[in-house]
Write a protein that binds this ligand. Structure first.
Ligand SMILES: N[C@@H](CCC(=O)N[C@@H](CS)C(=O)NCC(=O)O)C(=O)O
Length: 317
């Protein structure tokens, strides 16, 4: 009975708000959590022994120098950017939904900067874990007891703390805004596009969200049904006619912005790279994310980001 009411609440809330359910955009983490592909260790590439034996010394030296250089550059791009210990934020706790794109954006920032954090998974139905806060959304981040809200504001505040001398880069700011104002709106219509995709998404949300045993079952089916309908409203709201075309357009727009560079930030990811990666992470291994990688050029950049962000700096309790 309670679980039926919970499902109704969930469906009702999503219908009236016409907004994606938190976890809404997310299952990919399923893949990211368990099936995550680890960055391969950086080992110097082996020269084919036969050819190096016949290579003139000068040529061999030049080849080995450029390979060493390439290896160092690759290692540098993969190195995590941990702030100096006096600037490292302390006692960091993230209140989140595992599948929420905004929460994933904050996690990408924390992971890339190797900032240790604890996670409190919030129950989207009761939200009892954030009852102490006036803010009714996630992510919420507490740093040494201080409450920070809204993913972009959280990242701005942390960035100023760990890199006090860094000046804002206009291009980076422009693309971060593109993520919040355009890219995130393309996600829900795609991951709830068909009934089977809505079920695929809610299967992940139900499995990884903070739900009671009985809520879990109701959430999967009621949530999928509700969000399937909500996604049609979202399509209209954001003038999307073909969901996949809008996703591919967004992915292509982003890869064009890279303009041949490894990252928007050049040889290392900047905050815009982390934001795009963060919001795409929950959908990457869903049908929508797989289609996106198969039909656009974004896959190589995404792989470089997975390698650069590396393993989560989350403290397991
Ligand atoms: N602008 C906010 C948006 C946060 C947001 O909308 N979070 C959703 C989850 S993805 C939420 O908490 N919605 C309210 C709810 O679940 O009731 C941010 O960037 O953090």
């Amino acid at each position: 009975m309670r679980s039926l009411r919970a499902a109704q609440t969930l469906a009702f809330r999503s219908l009236i708000s016409a907004r994606p359910l938190h976890g809404a955009a997310s299952p990919a983490a399923a893949a990211t959590a368990g099936v995550r592909r680890c960055a391969p260790p950086v080992t110097p590439p082996r020269l084919p022994s036969a050819s190096s034996r016949v290579m003139p010394a000068g040529v061999a030296g030049a080849v080995s120098f450029s390979l060493t250089f390439a290896t160092v550059a690759a290692a540098e791009a993969k190195a995590k950017e941990r702030p100096p210990s006096d600037l490292l934020p302390q006692n960091v706790v993230l209140y989140q939904y595992q599948a929420c794109p905004f929460c994933n954006k904050v996690r990408a920032f924390l992971d890339y900067h190797d900032i240790p954090y604890k996670v409190v998974e919030v129950n989207p139905l009761s939200k009892k874990e954030i009852k102490w806060s006036d803010y009714k959304k996630v992510p919420i981040l507490t740093v040494d007891g201080e409450e920070l809200v809204d993913s972009s504001d959280i990242i701005n505040i942390l960035q100023r703390r760990i890199r006090p001398d860094e000046v804002t880069n206009e291009d980076e700011a422009k693309w971060r805004m593109w993520v919040d104002e355009h890219l995130v709106h393309v996600l829900s219509p795609n991951i709830y596009r068909t009934t089977s995709e809505a079920l695929e998404s809610f299967d992940y949300i139900a499995k990884h969200g903070n739900f009671s045993f009985t809520e879990r079952f109701a959430v999967k089916y009621a949530g999928a049904a509700a969000m399937y309908m909500v996604s049609k409203k979202l399509k209209k709201k954001y003038n999307i006619t073909d969901e996949r075309a809008s996703l591919y357009d967004a992915a292509n727009t982003w890869t064009e912005a890279l303009n041949g560079r490894d990252f928007l930030g050049g040889s290392k990811p900047n905050l815009a790279d982390l934001a795009v990666f963060g919001v795409l992470r929950p959908i990457r291994y869903l049908r929508a994310g797989k289609d996106m990688v198969e039909n656009t050029q974004i896959g190589e950049w995404y792989q470089r980001m997975e390698d650069a962000v590396g393993e989560p700096s989350r403290i397991q309790e």
